[in-house]
Every structure is written in C-alpha cells, then in structure tokens.
Write a protein that binds this ligand. Structure first.
Ligand code: NAD
Length: 347
C-alpha cells in the first residue's frame, strides 16, 4: 500500500508501528483524529495475513471511530490499534508490552476492547497505562457496553420509524433481528418488553434459544432478511446489505447494531431507491462507545450523562433523516457529512 496517499486521503494524523523484543509483540496504532479529543478505539488482536492487511484494517477502523464519536457528540476522536496475532502466550507480559506502546502515543490514543480482548486485559493494560478504558464495574469502570448499544438501537429505531411515516410506537410492530449475541439479545428483550412481535436468527442455534424462551420466533438465518416485517435489525455481522440482499428486503426500516452493514456506498443508494429508511450503523450503534468513553471524563464515569447521551441518538437521527430528505442524499452520506463538519469545527 502507498501509505502517505492513504493517510492524506482519509485524513489520519499519525500511524505508529511498534515491536517489543522481549515478547515479540507487534502492533500498529493509528490515530485518525484528535480534533475533538483523544482518539478512543479498541485493540483488535487478529492473525493478519500480512502487514498490509493489518495496516488497511487499522486505517479503516480508526477513521470510522472518529465519525462515530463525532456524531455521538463526544469529546473524543478516533483511533484504533491492531495486534498481529497470535498474541504472546504470556498474556500478562504481552498486555504490559502493549500498554507500553499505548503510553508512547502519549494520551492521543485511549485503548478499549475489540476482537480478541476482554475486561481482564484492560485491567492488565491499566497496570502500566491510564490510557485504557472499559474496566469492569467492580473495578470502578463502565462495565459491559452491550446494554447501552442495545438501548441506542431502540431509540434510534424509533427515530427511523417516524422517518418512515410510522408512529414510533413498538406495540404490534414486527421486527426481525439477525444475530442474537450480546447486543442482539438486548435488542430482542427491549422490543418484546415494548409489545413488538420479534423474529430472530443466528448462525449459532444456542444464541437464539434464550430469545425464543422470552417469546421471539426463530427463523432460518438464510431467509431472515427477506421476511415481511416493519424493521430489519442487523445485529450479527457487517456487509449484509448488498446487491443481492437489498432487492429481497420486505421492510420499511433497517436499524441495527452491526458495524459496516452496507457492503458498499452504492448500497445506501439502493436502499434509498427502494424507499427503505436506513439508520447509519455508526450513529445508531454508538451507545457502547458513549458508555466506555465516559471513563475518560476528568470528573469520572457518570451513568446519568451516559443515559442522556444514549437517548440523544434519537434526536441525532431525527436530524440526519430530515437533512437527508432535504438534500436528496443517502442517510449514510448525511451522517458522514455531519461527522466531518464537527471534526473540521473542532480543528
Ligand atoms: P456477539 O459476538 O456477542 O454476537 C454476535 C452474534 O452474531 C453471535 O451470536 C453470532 O453467532 C452471530 N452471528 C455471527 N455471524 C452471523 C451471521 N452471518 N448471521 C447471523 N448471525 C451471526 O457481538 P455483539 O457484541 O452482540 O455485537 C454484534 C454486532 O454489533 C457486531 O457487528 C459488533 O461489531 C456490533 N457492535 C457491538 C457493540 C457492543 O457494544 N457490543 C457496539 C457497536 C457495534
């Protein structure tokens, strides 16, 4: 990859390559923007095929974090770290080496969890750096982000329903939730509690079992997106809105937690042409980031502030749907423009 053209195009401020001789740990930290505050983002541990794949991933992910934070109105920017797997067998030594990398970025990057990490790893990072958040509740941290993400999806879904000309009332609404993990299950619980009729699917049978016990109906994962429902809530994997799936959709709204739901930007246009209201993923799924980033507030974590900010996802989306309509652009384009203008103002 031609590195500088990529950085210039996406607007990255800094990319650091690290190697720790003692553990063999290798990582890349990409700071996309600190215009609104320190760049907050997860550490992803993955067995990358090569350096290029890792670099591409960290650049893309760090940029997305900036937009997510900006749309959520947070005083933080976007950054991300990728660690070249496999992680050193001595987890403690590996995490301490990683903390050393984070320290050297000098507070411009604040690490959180992503794939391959858990709360106990954050505690290990905190042995050596204060620039890591997402500690367990019992350690004075913000705890599991999933319930906040799920709650954000519910308020965001209400905004999307209104934009689609419906009342925003969940009673009697038919919703299909794809992916029934930490967030998906939280969405299902909240929908059922509000009187919605819920269909669920997952690639893992055990994941849907507890949703079924609560009253959801399990359908085959291959056909969930084509169900005649009011809302599709993607809460499993990304790129599920594409050339093949969009023509089969029989819903009025797509509103869910999964990251990178659109396979390409053209798929935002395809949804819009079909008259389907799409809640941009990086806006509606910001609840987890809102929760974890609250730990960096100088006054400490404040649950009430978090609840207020998660609730505000609804008004942010109201504004995005209205502007997209006025400007005849896709909702993803409007959200991106909103994020970019907030970052530019912060600069
Ligand atoms: P999770 O791992 O707890 O659950 C994901 C579920 O999706 C699992 O049950 C898995 O079996 C299922 N799944 C995987 N591939 C699937 C497929 N092809 N079709 C259907 N189901 C599939 O993850 P999570 O924390 O619930 O996150 C769900 C999505 O939301 C992810 O895309 C994640 O990146 C995104 N997200 C999560 C948070 C959060 O707070 N956890 C925040 C923002 C975004």
């Amino acid at each position: 990859m031609a590195v500088f053209p990529a950085l210039v195009k996406a607007g990255h401020e800094q990319v650091c390559f690290f190697h720790d001789a003692a553990t063999g740990l290798r990582a890349i930290v990409a700071v996309h923007s600190t215009a609104l505050g320190p760049g907050v983002g997860g550490v992803r541990i993955r067995n990358y095929a090569d350096d290029n794949e890792a670099l591409t991933d960290v650049l893309r992910l760090s940029e997305a974090m900036s937009y997510k934070a900006a749309c959520a109105g947070l005083a933080c920017g976007g950054a991300k770290a990728v660690v070249m797997g496999p992680f050193p067998a001595d987890r403690r030594a590996g995490m301490h080496a990683l903390a050393g990398f984070v320290e050297r970025v000098g507070g411009r990057y604040v690490a959180t969890e992503d794939m391959g990490m858990n709360e106990s790893d954050i505690a290990l990072l905190n042995d050596k750096t204060r620039f890591a958040v997402g500690r367990a509740l019992e350690d004075g941290g913000s705890g599991d982000p999933s319930p906040y993400t799920a709650q954000g999806v519910i308020v965001g879904m209400r905004s999307a329903l209104k934009a689609a000309g419906m009342s925003g009332d969940f009673a009697g609404l038919k919703v299909a939730v794809q992916g029934c993990g930490n967030v998906g299950f939280g969405v299902v619980e909240r929908l059922l509690a509000r009187g919605a009729q819920v269909l669920v699917s997952d690639i893992a049978a055990q994941a849907t079992a507890r949703a079924e016990q609560l009253g959801a109906t399990v359908v085959d994962n291959e056909v969930i997106l084509a169900q005649p429902v009011d809302v599709i809530a993607p809460c499993g994997i990304g790129a599920i809105l594409n050339e093949t799936s969009i023509p089969k959709l029989q819903c009025r709204v797509v509103a869910g937690a999964a990251n990178n739901q659109l396979a390409t930007a053209a798929d935002g246009q395809r949804l819009s042409e079909r008259g389907i209201v799409y809640a941009p993923d990086f806006v509606i799924n910001a609840g987890g980031l809102i929760n974890v980033s609250d730990e960096i507030d100088p006054a400490g974590y404040d649950a009430e502030r978090v609840a207020r900010r998660v609730a505000a996802i609804e008004t942010t989306l109201d504004e995005i749907f209205e502007t997209a309509q006025q400007n005849s652009e896709t909702t993803a384009e409007t959200a991106m423009a909103m994020a970019k203008s907030r970052i530019a103002a912060g600069r």
